[in-house]
Design a binder for this molecule. Structure first.
Ligand SMILES: [Zn+2]
Ligand SMILES: [Zn+2]
Length: 179
C-alpha cells in the first residue's frame, strides 16, 4: 500500500489489514517465515512542515524460525513503531541542482510525497523480533555433528565438550571435596 502523504490532512489515522499471503520471503533463511493470520496495522500520520511522523501499531500472529532448532514456531506480534520521514524535494526539469539525500532511515521509504507502507511494515516486523528467537526456553537445538533435532530425537554423536565455565565449576567442587 502506497500512501500519498501530500494528500493527507495534517493529522490522519488509517488501518490496514495484511492477509497472510501478503508476506513473501525475500531471502533464504529469513527469520520470519510468514503470517499465521491477518496482520493488523494501525497508523497515525502527523505532518510538521516537510516532515512526517508515523506512529504505528502492529498486531498479529507470525511464524518465526527458532535460532536453535531452526523449526518454525508461532510468535504473537504486538509492537509499536515510530518513524520520522522527510519528504524529498521534488526535482523540477531545468533545475541545475539536484539534492542528493542521505540513505538514512528517514528517507528510506519515501519518494516524492509517497511512502511505501508495505516496506515499512516489513522492516518493522523484523525490528520487533527479540534478539534471540527460541521456540521455547528448553529448546535443545540441533546436534552440531549430525544435525539431529535434539527436541525430537537423540543421536550417537560424541557429546559436545562441556561449557568451560561449568567445567571450572566442577573442578572447584572436586577440590572442595578433597579438603
Ligand atoms: Zn527450537
Ligand atoms: Zn548427532
Amino acid at each position: 500500500m502506497r500512501i500519498e502523504l501530500n494528500k493527507l490532512p495534517d493529522e490522519s489515522e488509517l488501518t490496514e489489514v495484511y492477509a497472510p499471503e501478503w508476506w513473501r520471503s525475500e531471502q533464504e533463511g529469513e527469520q520470519v517465515l510468514g503470517l499465521d493470520g491477518p496482520l493488523q496495522v494501525r497508523l497515525k500520520i502527523l505532518r510538521t512542515g516537510t516532515k512526517y511522523i508515523l506512529e504505528g501499531e502492529m498486531k498479529g500472529g507470525i511464524r518465526v524460525r527458532c535460532d536453535r532448532c531452526l523449526e518454525p514456531y508461532p510468535f504473537d506480534l504486538d509492537a509499536g513503531f515510530h518513524l520520522y520521514l522527510q519528504a524529498t524535494p521534488s526535482v523540477q526539469k531545468g533545475e541545475t541542482e539536484v539534492e542528493l539525500l542521505d540513505e538514512d532511515m528517514e528517507v528510506e521509504f519515501i519518494s516524492g510525497d509517497e511512502v511505501d507502507l508495505d516496506a515499512i511494515v516489513r522492516e518493522q516486523v523484523f525490528l520487533s523480533l527479540p534478539m534471540k528467537n527460541v521456540c521455547r526456553e528448553s529448546c535443545r537445538g540441533l546436534c552440531p555433528t549430525c544435525g539431529a533435532n535434539w527436541n525430537r530425537e537423540t543421536c550417537d554423536c560424541r557429546k559436545e565438550p562441556a561449557n568451560p565455565a561449568f567445567q571450572k565449576l566442577k573442578t572447584l567442587k572436586t577440590n572442595d571435596s578433597k579438603r
